[in-house]
Design a protein around this ligand. Structure first.
Ligand code: HGY
Ligand code: MN
Ligand code: MN
Length: 397
């Protein structure tokens, strides 16, 4: 199988141009640019001899033949300020492998771009629904931070839907290539990461409600200031989590909306995202207990009400040993001594796909470990090394 690096890079840059903002891209799930990119991908799949297939939530498959096939891919939706490679790399490198496989007379390789991997409405929503981790009815009630529902989001591409969800049993396995999005390969000068496991995640919205009031006439001791509540919660949480976390455990308050958000108004309400990740489900549960009790305690101390939103999450998952081995052998052949086995601190569609079939992931380096940022980038030669490692591994499988 002979992949064509130039054809691959050209198509990757073509996808980049859809929703491009400077070096980065803006293609959140179900936005016009996301849908435009999916239509473009569907045409690319057809031109490569794959059958384009949109499922009810907008996951786009490029099906090779109608028998069993290896599935490869990732996602083409992005964060609100996304890098040009997060997801896109995995989709386009999969398409190049599918093309090269077809030109070599086989094997059948199907391609997928999952929808809303970036969790505008949840957590890797498209692949989670497809894999049965969340019912469509339940998913339809999820809301984005702008208040729109998943049902409203996916309705924007209802005209593209080809049919019902595909049966995962039609695929023999799944390999997702992705940028590392962290610093380890870049700082070690290595070219490839063979992923051993993917961390688990928990994500929920928390609302603290106090009392909006005049910022000039309300004495400090009479205030029920929701922002002060969040600030104190954050401080206490950092102090308490220290006792249960490992160096690689992470937790993030990434989205905060203050209401009424006026400089002369004591904030009456704060809604914030609380997200945490770790390789161990027990530690995720211990962190959840600390989060819930700490925010309730601060609310009590400050006369605030607290409302916990729905808790979303995925469990940690190990990658398939046989697929890992094929990737490791290929990495040693293409980048001798310049690769490593490593866990993934980022979540990926692979987590949900792994419920149904053997699944594995390959990383290429992120320059300065930056991602979820317009500056996200990877050296072109590393993009091509990843392509060659995948081709070699797929041929061996
Ligand atoms: O957040 C994540 O881990 C993924 O990039 N959406
Ligand atoms: Mn991603
Ligand atoms: Mn991402």
């Amino acid at each position: 199988m002979q992949p064509n690096p130039q054809r691959f890079l050209n198509s990757l840059h073509q996808l980049r141009s859809i929703g491009a903002v400077g070096k980065g891209v803006v293609r959140p799930a179900y936005t016009d640019k996301d849908i435009e990119a999916r239509k473009w991908l569907a045409a690319q799949f057809a031109e490569a001899g794959l059958t384009p297939y949109f499922d009810p939530v907008g996951n786009l498959f490029g099906l090779a033949g109608d028998g069993p096939s290896l599935l490869m891919g990732s996602h083409s939706d992005t964060q609100p300020e996304g890098g040009w490679l997060d997801g896109a790399y995995g989709v386009m490198v999969a398409l190049e492998i599918a093309r090269a496989a077809k030109e070599a007379g086989g094997p059948d390789i199907s391609v997928v771009s999952f929808q809303d991997e970036e969790g505008r409405y949840g957590v890797t929503t498209g692949s989670t629904v497809w894999a049965g981790g969340r019912s469509l009815e339940e998913a339809d009630t999820l809301t984005a931070s702008d208040g729109t529902s998943y049902a409203e989001g996916r309705a924007k591409m209802a005209d593209l839907v080809s049919g019902d969800f595909l049966d995962p049993a039609r695929f023999t396995g799944f390999i997702e290539a992705h940028i590392e999005q962290g610093p380890y390969l870049d700082t070690s000068g290595e070219h490839v990461g063979v992923v051993t496991s993917i961390v688990g995640i928990r994500d929920m919205r928390i609302t603290l409600t106090g009392q909006s009031n005049h910022a000039g006439t309300t004495p400090m001791h009479l205030r029920r200031d929701a922002f002060q509540g969040l600030s104190e919660f954050n401080q206490r949480l950092n102090d308490r989590l220290r006792n249960v976390v490992l160096p690689e455990t992470v937790w993030t308050i990434g989205h905060v909306s203050v209401h009424p958000n006026g400089s002369s108004i004591v904030p009456g309400r704060v809604m914030f995202s609380m997200q945490w990740r770790d390789g161990d489900s027990g530690r995720l549960a211990a962190m959840e207990a600390i989060i819930r009790e700490t925010v309730a305690e601060v609310a009590e101390d400050r006369g605030l009400e607290v409302e916990f939103g729905q808790l979303l999450g995925l469990e940690p998952v190990a990658m398939d040993p046989r697929l890992q081995q094929a990737l490791a052998h290929a990495a040693e052949a293409e980048a001798p001594g310049k690769w490593r086995r490593m866990p993934s601190g980022a979540l990926h569609d692979t987590t949900s796909v792994a419920r149904h079939m053997p699944a594995a992931m390959l990383f290429v380096p992120s320059i300065n470990g930056v991602s979820h940022n317009f500056d996200e980038d990877t050296r072109e030669e590393d993009l091509v090394v990843g392509l060659n490692v995948l081709a070699r591994a797929v041929a061996a499988l």
